[in-house]
Write a protein that binds this ligand. Structure first.
Ligand code: FCB
Length: 414
């Protein structure tokens, strides 16, 4: 079979991502306070049931073991999130011990030659915040910014410059995913179904982005530290129809689903974090244009690697660097993962050739973990977790990916 070696730009970052509630275990937040054991709920009441993360992967205690694995797999960047409910368990009361924990975690990454990418909010909120109305409260942006200020101040004051994180992310998929699941279709806490609330929550995120961004920049302004603040959104490949009215619907839908937050918050972030997984078929007439593609059975998602190239090109209009902050497949068999990664990388490489400024690729996820409403069934990990023993086992595809990380290039079968 003919092959081609695809070389990535010098300094391109390679790694993987996780989030606090999905891997840490033992969190007390708006998700865990409303969750229940869905397997024991009568089927008719099961939906929408919020499953519990429980001890998850116990990464709160085992992060060194996890980072040893990431190092062994040649990763040079790792994205994780700080759990707001640990840092500020009660309103205005900050927990220094938890702050120390995250500092140790960052040190542990640095010691292994891995650059930390720190997400400040990844879907979960402190219970006190949720009780005040959460993201519907007009003061939500201020509450969030107070927490952000505490975190960045702490790194600024006590850490030597070399260990301060440079890559920050404010929000993960706040407008594109979380607002929809939590305020439109009622699957995630607080399980509302109200379009006006959905609109309000999305607006509040934009305000919070502006406030938090300014705060982070203020704290770091007297340093030559080059802190970059990113905003992560999920983009789908929105398959379009080709009749005029289908195109009009398609344009509107694509903006609301994919571009809204980045567009509205444009002055208040330095780079885009793109999470890309699948095709979306909501726009009428799309099958006429794009036939049915491959399937990810564990999530019921339609896979379309070429779509990431189109999405990236579309995003280049924002004229900011882009990191692929998530891309991955749930595949407990590990038969599809290697191909999935390589096909997507092939199209990311193409986008780079076509002039898009992509700086890194972070596979979702380093570990099998708690997949929100799906519980523990989907297996996204490069590393398999035995949830009974919490033993970590590296999957074969992880070693394939490790070769790409090591060589900054990929041998692609044509
Ligand atoms: C994204 C989330 C991430 C994970 C993946 C599969 O939407 O950011 O936490 O659940 O999907």
């Amino acid at each position: 079979m003919a092959t081609e070696t695809l070389k990535f730009p010098d300094g391109f970052k390679w790694g993987s991502a996780t989030s606090a509630h999905q891997v840490e275990g033992g969190n007390y937040n708006d998700w865990s306070s409303q969750c229940r054991d869905c397997s024991r709920v009568e089927p008719k009441f099961r939906k929408p049931c919020i499953p519990c993360a429980g001890k998850a992967c116990d990464s709160y205690n085992r992060y060194e073991e996890d980072f040893d694995i990431a190092q062994k797999l040649n990763h040079n960047i790792h994205r994780f999130s700080i759990e707001w409910s640990r840092i500020e368990p009660e309103e205005g009361k900050f927990d220094e011990k938890e702050m120390e924990h995250y500092k140790r975690l960052i040190d542990a990454l640095r010691e292994r030659g891995i650059e930390p990418m720190v997400t400040l909010w990844h879907f979960t909120n402190p219970v006190w915040f949720a009780e005040k109305g959460g993201w519907l409260n007009h003061k939500a942006p201020e509450y969030f910014t107070r927490y952000v200020k505490y975190v960045v101040d702490n790194f600024h004051d006590r850490h030597s410059m070399s260990v301060m994180p440079k890559l920050w992310i404010t929000f993960n998929e706040a407008a594109s995913v979380w607002a929809g699941f939590s305020y439109l279709n009622g699957q995630w806490p607080p399980q509302h179904k109200n379009i006006f609330k959905y609109i309000k929550v999305r607006k509040n995120f934009i305000k919070a982005q502006a406030l938090a961004y300014r705060e982070i920049k203020k704290v770091y302004k007297d340093t030559s530290h080059n802190v970059a603040v990113g905003l992560v959104e999920s983009n789908v490949y929105s398959a379009q129809g080709n009749r005029w009215y289908e195109k009009t619907i398609g344009k509107f839908y694509n903006y609301q689903r994919n571009l809204y937050f980045w567009d509205k918050a444009l002055p208040y972030y330095d780079f885009l974090g793109l999470n890309y997984y699948h095709v979306d078929r909501r726009v009428p007439g799309n099958y006429r244009v794009l036939p049915k593609q491959g399937w990810m059975p564990e999530m019921n998602w339609e896979i379309y690697p070429e779509g990431i190239c189109h999405v990236l090109k579309d995003l280049s209009k924002f004229k900011k660097p882009i990191y692929i902050t998530e891309n991955g497949i749930a595949d407990g068999t590990d038969k599809l993962r290697d191909k999935f990664i390589k096909e997507h990388l092939r199209w990311i490489w193409q986008a780079i050739q076509d002039g898009v400024d992509v700086r890194g690729y972070l596979y979702w996820s380093l570990l099998d973990n708690f997949e929100w409403a799906h519980g523990f069934a989907p297996k996204f990990g490069l590393v398999e977790i035995d949830y009974a023993t919490l033993e970590r086992k590296i999957r074969p595809s992880a070693y394939e990916y490790a070769r790409i990380c090591e060589t900054n290039s990929m041998i692609y079968d044509l």
